[in-house]
Design a protein around this ligand. Structure first.
Ligand code: WTA
Length: 659
């Protein structure tokens, strides 16, 4: 939860939509928006049927729209067939888009390369042929562990072309996390790179794959295809590893797309929940793609002339929907960036917007906050130093955006002529759910505004009843929508329990808390479960705790979040060691060691900011850890509430001291 949540609630500024955007937008004005919402409510089947027919290319048309007979295992367009890669590429080939630039790729060191839709099509076909030649076919699973690159997008689309289900693992995750995902998804193919380059540093990837193999249990993997990004040194297993250039050598530049059922899983993407292990969120082919594409058209009001740039990594859902599938299905030109926002300096984003004449820019509040800070320190990196006049729409995603960051984004980046779309959505929702529309919705800084047409979002109490305006409750979605999660891979019980608990009337439960104001606007307050949001990345407290206790010197650990100015939340870990309580330099050294350990167990994003040691943790007499108290301590606040139920009150003072 952002530190200035109170100010969020008293925010009263309203920014009307810009007349020039209202005039040209697909959804033009609030009346048009309301009319669409009404239409969707009146006859949802007809609403979605028309959209799915108009926006997707089907090889076998569907006759059924929504099948609720196995709810919550909903099926959309269930008797139709199509191919997702063909919907992103082939459909454009007989149009002017064929020779349009699909991707402007900029590497970490600033080298730029472009591919047209026709060239991208040929590259995807070649790789798909190469993968097929290795014996892979529809229904197989591939893990993609790659740097941000045109090649990574080609790999995703090559899988989709064959009906091979992909699971992209963020390249910042450790070999241990990679291993867990390879095993859980049952991958038989891995596509990776020798190294990735970020902020001038080379980070090995292939060696992490090798380490994952050494951990055992990856026997299903027959092949590892390696893209040569840097020429860095790699280990090699004969018969298993092959270079991507060899896999595609001599392969034809045409490959028939394999038609798949609308419900065929397009991908599995792992995300954190409230248990120790991340869960594999399963998405469909048709419904997912439809939703990714519609939100490009509705929320970003995409234009043929756009240069779209979503800064997310393909390892996250934002990269799936707004780097790979959405922009390509929409036939846009987009920027894909390998590096980080602060290299070579904090003006990198603005420099790239200027050079590539970006029109729609989509990033995370954490990046904005970091760049605000950086531009205060280095004024030449301030957005005002750049020509950003190409911009027409700005977007924000991943965490609540505090009004201060919103205003800076709006004024300094958008020069008060671009709407800021605060888009609320999740890995599970496939694409945007609640967001202002550039040509319709008045914006309030810090609010994600109103649900998209067809999305019945609501704030309810524990019994599923709508709460009154101004009151907090659970953010739910009352009716299914095409882009929704289809399952938790290999765990249907967890799917039901987590997302459609029986006491909540079969609503989709997001795990976020929210409230609506008198205008019906949504104000998302943050997670109500044990999920933290650090720099826009989801992390389960249990996940980090499991990593800590896996270390031989750790007896017990509890992890909580504390508000942080830049990263939204920061992790604070309370640790009990199997040895006497350390202090001073020794404590600092052990803390550093444990931070590195968590980095290796999960990935750098999960390293606790703060580690504090105690002889015990605050527990109730029945032995339950009182996390509420730990949150107070983590924030440095005085505990004013009654601690008489505590088994060991003295422990609070000990833990208050930082490591
Ligand atoms: C949070 C990222 C407030 C929220 C697309 C959600 C947000 C989680 C917003 C999903 C927003 C995302 N305002 N909170 N505009 N967007 N969140 O699955 O807590 O990585 O549940 O998907 O991020 O994170 P995920």
């Amino acid at each position: 939860m952002p530190s200035d949540i109170e100010s969020v609630l008293v925010e009263s500024r309203v920014f009307p939509p810009f007349p020039n955007l209202v005039e040209t937008a697909r959804i033009s004005g609030m009346d048009a928006y309301r009319e669409m919402c009404e239409e969707a409510k009146r006859d949802p089947d007809d609403f979605w049927r028309c959209l799915a027919r108009e926006n997707l290319v089907w090889t076998k048309p569907f006759t059924r729209v929504l099948d609720e007979s196995e709810a919550p295992f909903y099926q959309w367009f269930g008797d139709g067939e199509l191919n997702v890669a063909a919907n992103c590429l082939d459909r454009h080939l007989n149009t002017h888009i064929a020779d349009k630039t699909a991707i402007i790729f900029e590497s970490d060191d600033g080298k730029v390369s472009t591919v047209t839709y026709k060239q991208l099509y040929a590259r995807v076909c070649k790789l798909a042929n190469g993968i097929a030649a290795l014996g892979y076919k529809k229904g197989d699973c591939a893990v993609i562990y790659m740097p941000m690159s045109t090649q990574a997008i080609v790999a995703m689309l090559a899988c989709a072309r064959l009906g091979v289900i992909h699971s992209v693992v963020f390249a910042g995750f450790s070999s241990k996390s990679l291993h867990e995902r390879i095993v859980n998804v049952g991958a038989s193919l891995i596509v990776t790179a020798d190294e990735q380059v970020r902020g001038g540093k080379h980070v090995p990837l292939k060696s992490a794959v090798d380490e994952a193999f050494e951990m055992g249990g990856c026997d299903a993997v027959r092949r590892v295809i390696v893209y040569e990004r840097t020429g860095g040194k790699v280990g090699w297993t004969q018969g298993r590893d092959l270079w991507l250039r060899d896999a595609i050598a001599g392969q034809p530049t045409r490959c028939e797309p394999v038609p798949v059922n609308a419900e065929h899983p397009l991908f599995i993407l792992y995300t954190s929940g409230s248990t120790g292990k991340p869960k594999g969120v399963q998405h469909s082919s048709a419904g997912y793609l439809l939703w990714a594409l519609l939100t490009m058209r509705w929320a970003f009001d995409s234009r043929d002339s756009d240069v779209f740039w979503c800064t997310a990594d393909i390892g996250w859902v934002t990269g799936h929907s707004y780097v790979t599938y959405g922009p390509l299905a929409a036939g846009l030109t987009q920027v894909v960036f390998e590096g980080v926002p602060t290299y070579p300096d904090a003006g990198r984003f603005w420099d790239m917007v200027q050079r590539h004449k970006v029109t729609v820019f989509y990033t995370a509040p954490t990046a904005i906050r970091a760049l605000i800070k950086a531009s205060e320190a280095a004024p030449r990196c301030h957005p005002r130093e750049y020509d950003l006049s190409s911009l027409r729409i700005l977007g924000s995603v991943g965490e609540p955006i505090n009004p201060e960051a919103w205003m800076w984004y709006y004024q300094e980046v958008g020069r008060a002529h671009c709407p800021v779309l605060d888009t609320w959505w999740q890995t599970e929702t496939g694409a945007h759910m609640i967001t202002p529309l550039p040509g319709a919705t008045p914006m309030k800084p810090g609010s994600c505004a109103l649900p998209l047409p067809g999305i019945e979002a609501a704030v309810v109490d524990d019994a599923g009843e709508d709460v009154a305006p101004g009151n907090g409750g659970l953010l739910v979605v009352k009716r299914p929508w095409p882009g929704m999660i289809r399952g938790v891979w290999g765990d249907s019980a967890r799917f039901r329990k987590t997302y459609f608990p029986p006491e909540l009337k079969g609503y989709y439960v997001s795990g976020d808390g929210a409230r609506r104001d008198a205008d019906g606007y949504f104000w998302v307050m943050g997670r109500i479960d044990d999920v933290l949001n650090v720099s826009g990345h989801r992390l389960g407290t249990m996940e980090v705790e499991s990593a800590l206790v896996a270390h031989e010197i750790v007896a017990e650990a509890a992890v909580v979040g504390r508000p942080d100015e830049t990263t939204g939340e920061a992790l604070v870990a309370f640790v009990v060691l199997k040895r006497p309580l350390p202090s001073g330099e020794e404590a600092a050294a052990i803390a550093a060691q444990l931070r590195d350990w968590v980095g290796r167990e999960i990935g750098a994003i999960a390293k606790p900011r703060d580690i504090r040691f105690g002889e015990n943790l605050p527990k109730t007499r029945s032995g339950k850890i009182m996390r509420r108290l730990l949150r107070f301590i983590a924030r440095g606040e005085t505990i004013t509430q009654d601690v008489s139920t505590l088994e060991n009150p003295a422990i609070l003072e000990q833990l208050s001291k930082s490591a």
